[in-house]
Design a protein around this ligand. Structure first.
Ligand SMILES: NC(=O)c1ccc[n+]([C@@H]2O[C@H](COP(=O)([O-])OP(=O)(O)OC[C@H]3O[C@@H](n4cnc5c(N)ncnc54)[C@H](O)[C@@H]3O)[C@@H](O)[C@H]2O)c1
Length: 390
């Protein structure tokens, strides 16, 4: 039973671990944070105090809950401090061997009933669980960055996870004010898989010379209502991070051409054009730089938007087809995890599956690339006349 009285252990006090610790502490748990790095650990409580003070000043939390949350959190460089935790969430460096060794060490430390969760974005949760004696207790609890602000948490069960553990963790995380969706343990889970064409197809359009960066960004905002265009978003995420996710998803899918990374993006990374954080990516962030203006031509803009949206919908529908997640959870994940203006499958019903099929089939016919294959689920739905929501 995981209720408010459960102690929560966090391993890894970096961006994700410290954010998750804040969420759990504000929800009333005693939280123990472990990290191998003493300096990182020493910074945790002063940083948390600053954040809580700011939240209090902005009227988001009361002075009582701020001081209670701070008191609830303790830090340690020894995993033994986690021995009485009901749940441990791991958020250390993204390295499978390190995570497997850590989970084995945790299993030797905690009680038989402690749930062990990983916040991995791209590794196999099953491979981590496989390192344990009791594999049923392990699952993925994938928060988004920054954890205190992003509402979505993907709950990832493996072939071995017990349903009781999944339900207990879901209920707990919902109590923390988060929205959960369930995903099968497959590369990229929901969001990082389904969002790939937002970047990949935009890069293809750029490489083919259909339009420049500013025009593609404008088209997605103007016709799709996206808050940011693909290039603005890649620059914000960091081209190195975005490229690494694409490469890992591509390799994990046995090099399915649908996920093939872009040479353009690779060159950006090689050249150190990482985006906002390095001062230059697809855009130049120097204050003196000229802001590129989009080509405000409706037909080009609509073509760009239609093509990227069709690819996104196809990816979302294929994930339903393969049982990765339900249509409803996929729509929730994309709206809450990456702020899409609308759920992709709701959008599919709205614009009509016929138009998605026509766009994809025309691309497949023209390019003769497997990248543009339409998911069988859309063909089946067209044959039966059903949509995703009735
Ligand atoms: N940053 C993101 O946007 C994001 C989003 C979702 C999930 N994730 C995942 O969360 C995890 C952590 O990411 P992050 O961005 O917070 O990383 P980070 O580099 O900010 O922090 C990792 C922390 O783990 C510590 N650490 C490394 N090995 C350790 C060990 N063996 N024992 C104890 N502590 C150890 C490091 O000292 C560091 O403080 C990764 O698995 C990552 O894929 C990251």
């Amino acid at each position: 039973m995981l209720d408010r009285s459960a102690e929560v252990g966090i391993v890894g006090a970096g961006s994700m671990g410290s954010g998750i610790a804040q969420v759990a502490a504000l929800a009333g748990h005693r939280v123990i944070v472990c990290d191998a790095n003493q300096e990182t650990l020493a910074r945790l409580k002063p940083n948390l105090q600053n954040t809580l003070t700011k939240l209090q000043e902005r009227g988001k939390i009361t002075a009582e809950s701020a001081s209670a949350a701070l008191e609830h959190v303790s830090v340690s460089d020894n995993l033994k401090a986690l021995s009485s935790c009901g749940l441990v969430i791991e958020a250390v460096v993204e390295n499978l061997e390190i995570k497997k060794a850590l989970f084995q060490e945790l299993e030797a430390t905690v009680s038989l009933h402690t749930v062990l969760a990983t916040n991995t974005s791209s590794l196999s949760v099953t491979a981590i669980a496989g390192a344990l004696k009791n594999k049923e207790r392990c699952l993925g609890v994938h928060f988004f960055n920054p954890a205190p602000l992003m509402p979505l948490v993907e709950i990832v069960s493996t072939l071995m996870t017990s349903e009781a553990q999944v339900k207990a963790v879901e209920a707990l995380v919902v109590n923390w004010g988060k929205t959960t969706v369930r995903a099968k343990d497959t590369p990229g889970f929901i969001v990082n898989r389904i969002a790939r064409p937002f970047y990949g197809e935009a890069l293809r359009l750029l490489e083919e010379g259909v339009a420049d960066v500013a025009t593609i960004d404008w088209a997605m905002k103007e016709f799709g209502g996206f808050r940011m265009g693909p290039f603005e978003l890649m620059d914000l995420i960091g081209n190195d991070i975005n490229y690494a996710v694409t490469e890992s998803v591509f390799a994990a899918f046995y090099f399915d051409p649908r996920y093939r990374p872009s040479i353009t993006q690779r060159r950006m990374v090689e050249g150190g054009l990482l985006g906002k954080k390095s001062g230059r990516g697809y855009y130049d962030y120097a204050s003196t730089a000229e802001v590129p203006q989009p080509r405000l031509e409706r037909p080009v803009g609509e073509l760009i938007f239609r093509r990227i949206l069709a690819m996104l919908i196809n990816e979302a529908a294929d994930a339903v087809f393969l049982g990765i997640a339900s249509a409803k959870d996929i729509d929730t994940a994309m709206t809450k995890g990456v702020n899409y203006p609308k759920g992709l499958l709701e959008w599919a019903d709205e614009i009509g599956l016929r138009s998605v099929q026509q766009t994809l089939d025309a691309l497949a016919e023209e390019y003769r690339e497997d990248r543009y294959r339409l998911t069988p689920l859309i063909r089946r739905k067209l044959a039966s006349g059903e949509g995703f929501y009735g």
